[in-house]
Write a protein that binds this ligand. Sequence first.
Ligand code: NAD
Ligand code: LMR
Length: 325
Amino acid sequence: MKTPVYIAVTGAAGQISYSLLFRLAAGLFLGPDQPIVLRLLEVPQAMKALQGVVMELNDCASSLLHRIEITDDPRVAFKNVDYVFLIGAKPRTAGMERKDLLTVNAQIFAEQGRALNEVASRKVKVLITGNPANTNALIAIKNAPDLTPENFTCMSRLDHNRGISQLAEKCGVFASDIKNMAVWGNHSASQYPDLHYAKVKGQDALPLVGEDWFKNVFIPTVQQRGTEIINARGQSSAASAANAAIDHMKSWVFGTADGDWVSMGVLSDGSYGIEAGLVYSFPVTVVGDAINIVKGLDINEFSLQHLRQNELELRQERDEVRSLC
Ligand code: NAD
Ligand code: LMR
């Protein structure tokens, strides 16, 4: 058996974690021969509920799950960890936008950034899922000056997967037939799911589906999917978010497939004119340990407007939490 790796999950008694943890224990992230130790972080009021989750995890009798440790102290949770899922944060409810969560959630990511800075492995891979994910990631980065921004990414993979699923359904193909989906910008209603480079079984997607469907159906459907789920379920997406978190981390750890890319929120390096220092979703490839923003894509006027709108929104979010980042 390999040496166990340490995975920390915050918000471990919450609804996303309730889908995520069982997938981790089943080997769906690191594979069927990699034992894991789960470090589960919660607030003190949720410790009893978390103990229930731990009982259920134990009852799965997973031979990959080496040990479970629970704590309400981020410095204990993050000590020497290899992988961190920062999920614990308040979700929005009907009628709210994700940025309305900024003042409630920002402090969590400042504190957890500081804790990661102090105790996490210098090679730690941290995925920020809690909303508003891009700006929370920026806050965590700024509060972890002894780690590098490359230690942190935020999740736009759910939007990426939503885009793939919509396109596959429209074209009557499998999700695996779709390549080169791109989601740009903020994980908000302004996000720009972009089909200009997407391929369906090797063919350009746009001529297949038409500009009208792209602009008037596809974009708003993907942008509003989170809201639609809240309106239907009364709670925000959870199982699909857990699934996307695993997809994201697998791409980060094992790399992207040849000729394809994924969407991730990373610190902008100024690519495509996006202000350096904002956490922005780009199409990326992962090779070895490096996440590379896909360069040199043609951006037409329509796309440019969307890219700029997202940049502006992320600047405004950052300016709202200037004291934390
Ligand atoms: P939830 O309310 O079911 O669970 C959140 C959990 O976090 C709770 O158990 C709470 O006690 C815990 N928590 C709060 N503060 C904490 C802290 N400081 N440390 C550790 N734990 C803490 O919410 P959920 O549905 O699991 O969603 C979690 C977050 O993920 C929300 O902000 C939601 O909007 C976001 N989300 C993001 C995406 C995405 O694509 N990026 C998708 C879905 C949900
Ligand atoms: C989502 O996209 O489903 C999540 O960000 C939850 C939300 O608030 O929409």
